[in-house]
Design a binder for this molecule. Structure first.
Ligand SMILES: Nc1nc2c(ncn2[C@@H]2O[C@H](COP(=O)(O)OP(=O)(O)OP(=O)(O)O)[C@@H](O)[C@H]2O)c(=O)[nH]1
Ligand SMILES: [Mg+2]
Length: 332
């Protein structure tokens, strides 16, 4: 298994690992093995759209692996973010928010989110404490009754609500489902996150780690780069445009001088949307490109030359190939 030496918390992993029975006996009766078993597992974050799932995954992983915006339906496919806490490797599955689907893409996102829940060792229901359990959250609580894995409740955005309201919300949610535990956190400022990590590290099953110690995400760089650009687009464009667009990385060329040339295409559905995405004399696309290039250079720690193109692809939202590219099943 990868990085096996790091699986032990001892200061001297090699000796610990090789400790023989003989040495155990030499240490006298009642000697305990001084190795700490490793824990690992998959934790799915489920919740209404905009609850702060991606913000939380980034916080717990300690790096940006999933894009975040103030708009709904930002995450489209499952992103795995990998954290290490004590002797546990915790693989967080950030899922698309669950809402009432209308378009085909919506349906694929919601199906993917529920699929993520079914693949996990533990389910974390994330609720925006300010919004409470109305609408989508209520429907998710109902849906979770059909899912057999252990579940915990995480009330997020506690920086925005009064303590009494939080307690009432926790009680109301626990009345509907028997959660193993309830946590109250702020993914934004980190409050309550240590307790949550302690709990997860202890609770996940014993077993070897799934990923190399230094891996923090399973998303290929080309795809993360497309996501970063999509985030800038979500932050910059309004109304239906973010939901009608899709970004793909078409070219990735490492250059001799240590820089990288990245070409990406923003697909929109109509000519009128293309005009908006470009902006007056290309201002909008320029701003999106600058913001994305800056962040990509930081992540990649190299100079980035980013070229963005906007293309119209009518009905890309009904094209199975685009779904495959996004890592989504194509719903018939
Ligand atoms: N005040 C406050 N805002 C938060 C907190 N956590 C997340 N947010 C904000 O909530 C908004 C949505 O965050 P996301 O992480 O994109 O939410 P999400 O659940 O992944 O949303 P989808 O991917 O669209 O389902 C962003 O504007 C975040 O900055 C928090 O603890 N406190
Ligand atoms: Mg998200």
């Amino acid at each position: 298994m990868y990085g096996s030496l790091s699986l032990y918390r001892s200061n001297c992993p090699e000796t610990t690992e090789k400790m023989t029975n003989q040495e155990d006996m030499a240490a006298g009766e009642g000697a305990v093995e001084d190795t700490v078993p490793t824990h690992s597992g998959f934790v799915a974050l489920i919740g209404p759209t905009n609850a702060g799932k991606s913000t939380l995954v980034n916080r717990l992983v300690g790096a940006k692996v999933s894009i975040v915006s103030h708009k709904v339906q930002t995450t489209r496919a499952i992103v795995r973010g990998i954290a290490i806490h004590d002797n546990a490797q915790i693989v967080f599955m950030d899922t698309p928010g669950i809402f009432k689907p209308r378009r085909r893409l919506d349906r694929a996102m919601v199906t993917t989110a529920w699929g993520g829940a079914k693949d996990a060792d533990l389910i974390m229901l994330l609720i925006d404490s300010e919004r409470g359990i109305r609408g989508d959250a209520e429907a998710i609580l109902e849906g979770l009754k059909e899912v057999s894995q252990p579940k915990i409740l995480v009330l997020n955005k506690i920086d925005r609500v009064r303590r009494e309201d939080l307690l009432a919300l926790a009680a109301a949610a626990n009345e509907k489902i028997a959660f193993e535990r309830t946590f109250m956190i702020s993914a934004e400022n980190g409050s309550g996150c240590d307790d949550l990590m302690d709990y997860l590290a202890k609770t996940l099953p014993e077993g070897p780690w799934y990923y190399p110690e230094d891996q923090i995400s399973d998303l290929p760089m080309r795809q993360l780069a497309a996501e970063i650009t999509r985030e800038k687009l979500f932050l910059r464009l309004h109304q239906e445009l973010p939901y009608s667009s899709h970004v793909e990385t078409e070219k990735w060329e490492e250059r001799k001088d240590g820089s990288v040339r990245i070409e990406q295409v923003i697909y929109v559905e109509r000519e009128s949307q293309k005009k908006i995405a470009l902006g007056k004399s290309g201002d909008t696309i320029k701003a999106i490109s600058t913001a994305s290039r800056k962040e990509l250079s930081e992540i990649l720690e190299q100079q980035v030359h980013l070229f963005l193109f906007v293309k119209v692809r009518e009905n890309w939202g009904d094209d199975p190939e685009r779904f495959r590219e996004m890592g989504l099943e194509f719903p018939r």
